[in-house]
Design a protein around this ligand. Structure first.
Ligand SMILES: CC(C)(COP(=O)(O)OP(=O)(O)OC[C@H]1O[C@@H](n2cnc3c(N)ncnc32)[C@H](O)[C@@H]1OP(=O)(O)O)[C@@H](O)C(=O)NCCC(=O)NCCS
Length: 199
């Protein structure tokens, strides 16, 4: 597809399948695509795989750089958009619309009869979904308990049993003496250390 930038240039993009060679560019596009949204701190360092019959689409610029991406998983019914992002420098050029059109056609060829997209309360993203014909229905909350925001939040979340709150991600501090035990229990453990030098 060719897009009139409104200036002296015309930009061409290709909607195609993701290939392993796109990974670095895909990850960068995702980070920057999410940076000004309600998913700003959702960062992947390795492309999450999508298994067949799901699919992974990208909108690639003339030099092959990923300018937009859309992943769909198909696990019975419905098909679900796992990730959609257009790089901020390439927005409002129809890339999101073109990616979705291709995704809709491909999803329709699977067993799925519905295309779901779960997203947060980011105004521009909501506007796009509505403009693309999605109808809004079920809602639930994403809640972060962050001591760097308010020291009391994590304690408030887990100090007592709260059946109304389901833990999904917790960020915890522990003593170095617990390292061996905690590394057996948790996949991601970092040793945070102080560096200092005299002034
Ligand atoms: C939503 C998103 C994918 C849209 O991509 P895009 O390529 O910029 O959108 P398109 O150019 O296809 O827009 C199609 C239509 O959607 C509407 N739209 C899109 N972005 C809009 C915005 N910021 N404000 C108002 N309307 C908007 C318009 O009607 C637009 O048509 P128009 O430009 O002819 O007026 C992009 O803004 C994005 O990556 N947002 C972050 C995504 C995100 O939060 N993902 C997390 C959930 S997985």
């Amino acid at each position: 597809m060719t897009v009139d930038d409104g200036g002296f240039t015309m930009s061409s993009y290709t909607i195609r399948d993701y290939t392993p060679g796109d990974e670095k560019s895909w990850l960068r596009c995702r980070v920057l695509g999410f940076l000004d949204t309600a998913y700003y701190d959702s960062v992947e360092r390795v492309k999450p795989p999508i298994s067949i019959p799901g699919f992974e689409l990208v909108a690639a610029g003339e030099d092959g750089t990923v300018a937009g991406l859309l992943d769909v998983s198909v696990d019975g019914e419905p098909a679900t958009i796992e990730t959609v992002a257009v790089h901020p420098d390439h927005r409002r050029r129809g890339l999101g619309r073109a990616l979705l059109a291709e995704a809709t056609a491909r999803a329709a060829a699977t067993s799925a009869t519905t295309l779901d997209a779960w997203t947060r309360d980011d105004p521009d993203t909501l506007t796009w979904h509505r403009a693309m014909g999605f109808a809004e229905s079920d809602h639930y909350l994403h809640v972060y308990a962050n001591a760097y925001t308010d020291d009391a939040e994590p304690k408030r979340a887990i100090a007592e049993r709260r059946p109304d709150l389901r833990p999904v991600v917790l960020f915890l501090h522990a003593r170095l003496a617990e390292e061996e035990r905690l590394r057996k229990e948790f996949a991601r453990v970092h040793v945070c250390r102080r560096f200092a030098q005299p002034l």
